[in-house]
Design a protein around this ligand. Structure first.
Ligand SMILES: Cc1cc2nc3c(=O)[nH]c(=O)nc-3n(C[C@H](O)[C@H](O)[C@H](O)COP(=O)(O)O)c2cc1C
Ligand SMILES: [Mn+2]
Length: 503
């Protein structure tokens, strides 16, 4: 399946698939859009294109990522695991043996080389150029999302910076509070790459912000890649086509040629502002905190530019699906460092940094604890507050099953690890910001070398009896298709109880 080239192509695809509703009624980007989207996301509803946001000159697109189906459409796959498989192929590239393997290896290498962005002369994103006093962020339907928010926030930006030491590009999704017609705050948190670029810069730093990209490029800005990897290169690889970039009109940075809107400008080291409060994806307001000021020197746009937005808040919100995409797509990378990992799940209700459930092929005493510490040392997973480890046969996505093993297999005195480490910037629970306690629960079956008594066998019906009952089922005359049972026959959790759990 081909992926969308740009936001318009994506909107057309969503429309063809019946996945987008146009709203022509005049709707206020202040709070009203949030309430509409909140209801739509929770119902698994469509993307919304607000054609007449009150007080603004551009339409607002929201909930483009709000279901697993749309995420799959964005990546052109049937399942997000297919995206993971594509990345896994490069990670597992081995010295090839035999001609066929060599040819496959070369093809894979070429696909990486071909993923680097292309520089082009002209871009639709610069059809309209507003500089100096013509710059007015008030044209855009920037949402004030929640009643306690300090003001309007740009919530779905791809923020482009450069590492002054290496010249390497970074693209990150960092919300931007609008402070005036030509300035915003830049909320890059303490662990983020854009922030590191800022800290390495002396004096003035150029910054560009792309709004309204094809969905894969927009997603890539939120992906937790190692600092030296260009998110736009990953986007090119996942799109199967490199991203076209064009030189900025007032900054020496390259910007997406097909973006709907680009904000160009600079950040002066040490020019800080109060940012927030903001109703965050933690489900709480994060309090005001000092962040750098982004001064806008130019807005460039396509004709009739469309402004993209997203609401974060108490889970479930649209960003859950961006997080789920990351969970799936990064599994091969996690396994590359910790190969005994079979699967993992970052529950949406855990806002992604609070809880990780992981299944392992356990091979030695203390193995589960080894995996906890490995995850606490791995990229952004290092910020995870709680880790539950289960054996390989447990379905980490089935929370009732996981609960069963946490209850059944754990002696809290022996199997709970309490330690300390860095925590998410936004976590309000720890006594100190950024650092605090961690909990690991080893819910695997224990062996004699772990000092336990004999571990009893788990109850399973024998295969021959299962097959017998399958064969004879119709003879019994038992029909329960009309009944709704909270836990389905196969022990998996049913859709209805999944919905209950989400509340
Ligand atoms: C909708 C959305 C909003 C986000 N807002 C912020 C933010 O304001 N500040 C921040 O540091 N990270 C934010 N993130 C997470 C970052 O985008 C993510 O950590 C990304 O990996 C950052 O890029 P980097 O690794 O190049 O720094 C947000 C993610 C999403 C999906
Ligand atoms: Mn990065």
């Amino acid at each position: 399946m081909a992926t969308a080239r740009d936001l318009r192509d994506w909107i057309a695809l969503l429309e063809r698939e019946g996945e987008l509703v146009r709203v022509s009624a005049a709707v206020d980007p202040k709070l009203e859009v949030t309430e509409i989207v909140d209801r739509t996301v929770r119902a698994g509803g469509p993307a919304l294109l607000f054609e007449n946001p009150k007080g603004a000159q551009h339409p607002l697109l929201i909930n483009q990522f709000g279901t697993e189906k749309r995420m799959c459409l964005a990546f052109g796959v049937d399942s997000l695991d297919d995206v993971a498989a594509k990345l896994g192929e490069i990670l597992e590239l081995q010295p090839p043996e035999g001609l066929a393997a060599k040819v496959r290896g070369l093809k894979t290498l070429k696909s990486i080389a071909d993923s680097r962005p292309r520089t082009v002369k002209r871009g639709a994103s610069q059809e309209i150029v507003l500089r100096g006093d013509d710059v007015d962020l008030g044209r855009l339907p920037v949402q004030t999302c929640w009643p306690g928010d300090a003001g309007p926030f740009i919530t779905l930006p791809a923020v482009i910076t450069r590492d002054p030491r290496t010249g390497q590009r970074n693209v990150g999704m960092y919300r931007m509070q609008v402070l005036g017609p030509r300035s915003t705050a830049m909320h890059w948190q303490i662990h983020k790459d854009g922030r590191a670029d800022y800290l390495f810069t002396e004096g003035r730093m150029e910054v560009a912000v792309a709004l309204g990209l094809d969905p894969i490029s927009a997603y890539s800005a939120s992906a937790p890649l190692p600092k030296h990897i260009d998110e736009f290169m990953m986007a090119g690889f996942l799109r199967g086509e490199p991203l076209d970039l064009v030189k900025g009109v007032t900054v020496d940075l390259e910007v997406p040629a097909n973006a709907e809107i680009v904000l160009e400008g600079y950040i002066d080291k040490g020019e800080l502002t109060d940012e927030g409060p903001f109703g965050d994806h933690t489900g709480y307001y994060t309090p005001a905190e000092q962040f750098p000021v982004f001064n806008v020197t130019a807005i460039t746009m396509r004709k009739d530019a469309i402004y993209p937005s997203i609401v974060v808040g108490k889970p479930l919100q649209e960003d859950a699906w961006l997080g789920k995409a990351t969970e799936r797509i990064f599994l091969p990378a996690v396994k590359m460092t910790v190969p005994e990992i079979v699967d993992y799940d970052l529950p949406v209700a855990g806002a992604f940094h609070n809880l990780c459930i992981v299944s392992i092929k356990k091979a030695f005493p203390g193995h589960a604890k080894k995996v906890m510490h490995a995850l606490w040392g791995l990229g952004m997973l290092s910020l995870t507050k709680g880790i539950v480890v289960v054996d390989e046969h447990v379905d980490v996505h089935d929370y009732a099953q996981v609960m069963f093993y946490v209850g059944a297999n754990v002696d809290p005195g022996r199997d709970v690890v309490i330690t300390e480490g860095p925590l998410d910037h936004l976590d309000h629970a720890p006594t100190l910001q950024f650092i605090g306690g961690k909990i690991g629960i080893d819910a695997t079956a224990k062996g004699p070398l772990e000092g336990t008594r004999e571990w009893p066998p788990e109850i399973e019906m024998s295969d021959d009896v299962r097959e017998l009952v399958d064969r004879r089922w119709s003879e019994y005359g038992i029909d329960w298709s009309s009944l709704t049972v909270p836990v389905a026959r196969n022990g998996r959790i049913s859709q209805s109880s999944r919905r209950l759990l989400r509340r």
